[in-house]
Design a protein around this ligand. Structure first.
Ligand code: GRG
Length: 299
């Protein structure tokens, strides 16, 4: 592993550690009758994961000199939303998965009703975290952040994408339709993560636009890489079942483009993403490395 790559992994691990500490503090378990839902929420978010979305928040915030405590607040909030989406996506009425991050999914470890509540708890906790008065964020900036996160997570973003995905089970989508589905389902939250630093740092329109364009490209590259891993990776490496989309007869970037074209397209998107960062100079080097990581990751 060369020095640049090892530095990138070190930064990813540092972010993961910091966001886990923040989440741990935001998720105490009360000694009351409702303790079980708090335990399930902790199980859902403190069980590994790459913490990529928090990483984008922290790295984006660095470009604008945002205080670390403010960036960590937004990073923890977006990871709660991501955690909730995984818990609900794994439910029998959605993707019906038993394994997530190499461990039993929340409804298997606890039960279905508790998993629904734990997901709901994480969704609402995300917005409570954004209102954490200990984080040094001006109130109008909190409003902008809250609106952006709600849009990304809601029916015009992730939820809308999930709806399209559920309906796609009986209908083969074309590339344009799959692109839109993925932009909403996974891309919207990744876009929020990349733009959160710009919101916190009151960046110019041009700077925010550049990060949005970067996010657009890495979001799609991330999903194509995920399809490639689903087609070629192992359950052991990924910590979840593989080949589910193909088994369900769903169209993916890989099924429509083939392995080689899909891989080339993901790499082209990662290169394009990097070019959107030109205005930030060397300060954006870690975000440049992140684009490469996304298309070369093994899990
Ligand atoms: C709210 C039910 C509901 C669903 C929303 C985002 C989403 C739709 C569901 C999540 C499930 C899923 C398989 C999404 C595809 C995107 C994806 C690969 C998510 C996993 O993200 P990683 O790789 O996971 O960042 P880790 O475990 O590293 O956090």
């Amino acid at each position: 592993m060369n020095a640049i790559v090892s530095d990138f992994y070190e930064q990813l691990a540092t972010t993961a550690h910091e966001v886990e500490q923040a989440l741990d503090a935001y998720l105490p378990v009360p000694q009351d009758a409702e303790a079980r839902v708090h335990e399930a929420m902790r199980y859902a978010v403190l069980n590994g994961g790459k913490r990529l979305r928090p990483f984008f928040v922290i790295q984006g915030a660095r470009l604008f000199g945002v205080k670390q405590k403010a960036a960590l607040c937004a990073a923890a909030a977006v990871e709660c939303i991501h955690g909730y989406s995984l818990v609900h996506d794994d439910l029998p009425c959605m993707d019906d998965d038993d394994l997530r991050r190499g461990k039993p999914t929340v409804h298997i470890k606890f039960d279905e009703a508790t998993a629904v509540l734990a997901g709901d708890g994480l969704l609402t906790l995300a917005f409570e975290i954004l209102m954490d008065e200990d984080a040094p964020i001006e109130w109008h900036v909190r409003c902008d952040l809250t609106q952006a996160l709600a849009r990304a997570a809601g029916a015009h973003g992730m939820i809308g994408g999930q709806m399209i995905d559920l309906r796609a089970e009986n209908k083969l989508l074309d590339i344009g339709e799959i692109t839109r589905l993925q932009q909403l389902k996974t891309g919207a939250l990744i876009a929020f993560s990349c733009e959160a630093g710009a919101i916190l740092g009151k960046a110019s329109k041009a700077e925010r636009h550049a990060l949005h364009a970067y996010a657009h490209d890495i979001g799609l590259a991330f999903q194509i890489a995920d399809d490639l891993l689903d087609a070629e990776g192992s359950e052991e490496d990924l910590g979840k079942k593989v080949g589910k989309d193909a088994d369900a007869g769903k169209a993916t970037f890989v099924s429509l483009m083939g392995l080689e074209e899909a891989r080339a397209h993901a790499e082209m998107l990662a290169d394009q993403a990097v070019r959107h960062l030109d205005m930030f100079g060397a300060g954006a080097d870690t975000l440049r490395q992140a684009a490469q990581f996304i298309v070369s990751r093994r899990n």
